[in-house]
Design a protein around this ligand. Sequence first.
Ligand code: SAH
Length: 414
Amino acid sequence: MVSETTILPTGRAARRDGEGAEAGSRRQVRPATEGWTQQLASDGRPALQFASPRRKQPETHLADLSPAERKAKVEELGLPGFRAKQLSTHYFTHCTTDAAAMTDLPASGREELVSALLPPLLTEVRRLRTDDGRTIKFLWRLFDGALVESVLMRYPGRITLCISSQAGCGMNCPFCATGQAGLTRNLSAAEIVDQVVAANKAIADGELGHSRGGEPERVHNIVFMGMGEPLANYKRLMSAIRTLLAPQPDGLGMSARGITVSSVGLVPAIRKLADESIPLTFALSLHAPDDGLRDELIPVNSRWKVDEALDAAHYYFEKTGRRVSIEYALIKDMNDHGWRADLLAQKLNERGRGWVHVNPIPLNPTPGSIWTASERDVTDEFVRRLEAAGIATTLRDTRGKEIDGACGQLAAAE
Ligand code: SAH
């Protein structure tokens, strides 16, 4: 039941948006005309789940705690505080939770220490490979049966891990498989960190193949582009990030620039993130420069509009000096019109120069979805218009489509 409506240039407001003669000839597909029904909450606004339906979190793990809290916990168990650092070295540096391997810890009390501070968090359900073994998707089961995925990708000169911040997602975006499944619960800080430790272990075990020189490798870049809206799980996200950044052995010693937090546009949380003054990379999932379409495409636009989201993204740049990314999934005849590229460029340029770059990405198919990626020439034209307006633009290469591991495809089913 695919129907179409054609946008007719309807007066000055539309023309000011750059909607020209082309608008009459190009179709305008909208979620609502394609059989997508916006779920509404009792207040009549689009349904969004900000609160986690399941409150219960897993047992506290080393990676949920600060170094001082770890020391206190070890002392509570009747052991000297410095054992916390030894345990951290095993976990963060050697990726091990196997008590038998921790021979620098006294045998008596070792098992107790490990079971108290390193409870198993992720149970592997499945591992799928593609791209000649350069992409691996992991499916994990959590203590309560919830499922999450992470995707490990080798690129020339770097290894990137796409991780989940929630089991499911409450943001309800119609083109995203995770968004359509709803929110199960927030991940704990340690469940977030453990995805990285598990990936480092897989790399050390040779699962991604070996580097040219054969030197040991680890995850370099992390993108919070797996399941979930990271800024809807703010406290645990920040706790996990602090541990990822902490120098070894207190954490993974990663660089803030190598960590990308991607958000659908929770404006107050974007500003809060900016005020943390950590030079993380921030990405905003915009997908439409006009509220008319974004209201339908991104339900959270009912709370914070395009201009508010862009102002918050610009604030992020001002506070951190980090260039912001704008994510834009190109959906055929939905958001890929030339006038939208022009309007996007105009809105970005109005706020300054050099503060932002755009990452268009052809839509990845999701199960049962009626929408498809934009045609090649339309994609090229969209990129050309942005570049002509002076906006740095990189068409994103998408990995893992064959194993449903690409952006928007993570549904975590067994
Ligand atoms: N909740 C975060 C992370 C989501 S996933 C956010 O909204 O940013 C990371 C990116 O993949 C987001 O930009 C998201 O909009 C995009 N995405 C979702 N479904 C997609 C699909 N089917 N094809 C391409 N990108 C998609």
